[in-house]
Structures are given as structure tokens and as C-alpha cells.
Design a protein. Structure first.
Length: 132
């Protein structure tokens, strides 16, 4: 399990897993991220998160950098941190293809997420909602 700290950057990923793999135990004050309940009419899709910055930072530079890198449209999920994603898929195969393209472009830390009504949701919840 990987979680994000409030001060997101690539170095702030914390690995929690099996102790023999070097993982740590969750702190007692750890709170799970709440994801919104999905309704049948919600617009849900799969995508690839390619980066995140703190809200106090101007997102325009990052947005332009990613659009030039992928030669495709990049979107922003506002919040703290601001998250950047690219691609829109309704099947796991299409989402995997986008992820491979992004990683070949040099963003190795990219990963799959779900989006519902402009909010990030759990990837598995998105798959379930889409009937995959």
C-alpha cells in the first residue's frame, strides 16, 4: 500500500506493507481517504495520474510541461494537491495502453486512477462501476 503525505512530491511516497520488504506499520492516527459514493448516473472513467503539486503552486507550468511531453491533452483535478491526468478510458485494456504510453514518455511514477464527477476515486471502484 502506498499513501501520499500532505507535502506531495516523488520523495514523499511512503510504503506500508510487509515488514520483511522494508514496509512500516500504519501510524495510529492514520485516516483512510474517503471516496465518494458512486451513483448509476455518475460519469465515471479510468485515466492515468501523471503528477501532483501543492495548490499554492501555479499549475500552468506543469500543465504545459506535461502536454508537450505527451502531445495530448492534460487535465487538472483541483484540490490539495492538484493532480494532473491524461487520457480517458472505459476499459481496463485502454487504460493500460495509456499508462504504457505515459511510462514510455518518461513518467515512471504514473499510475491508474478513476474519475467520477471531477473527483478522484479508487481505481477498483471505477472498474466495478463500469462493470469490468
Amino acid at each position: 500500500v502506498y499513501i501520499l503525505t500532505k507535502s506531495f512530491n516523488t520523495a514523499s511516497w511512503i510504503y506500508y506493507g510487509r515488514r520483511e520488504e522494508g514496509g512500516r506499520y500504519f501510524p495510529k492516527e492514520f485516516k483512510k481517504i474517503k471516496t465518494p459514493k458512486l451513483k448509476k448516473k455518475d460519469d465515471v472513467f479510468l485515466t492515468v495520474q501523471i503528477g501532483a503539486i501543492l495548490s499554492s503552486t501555479d499549475p500552468v507550468y506543469e500543465l504545459i510541461k506535461y502536454e508537450r511531453l505527451f502531445s495530448s491533452e492534460v487535465h487538472v483535478l483541483h484540490g490539495d494537491p492538484m493532480r494532473f491526468y491524461t487520457g480517458k478510458a472505459t476499459t481496463a485494456g485502454d487504460a493500460d495502453a495509456i499508462l504504457i504510453k505515459v511510462r514510455k514518455a518518461g513518467v515512471q511514477e504514473a499510475f491508474l486512477i478513476g474519475i467520477s464527477n471531477n473527483k478522484r476515486i479508487d481505481y477498483n471502484a471505477a472498474l466495478e462501476h463500469l462493470g469490468l
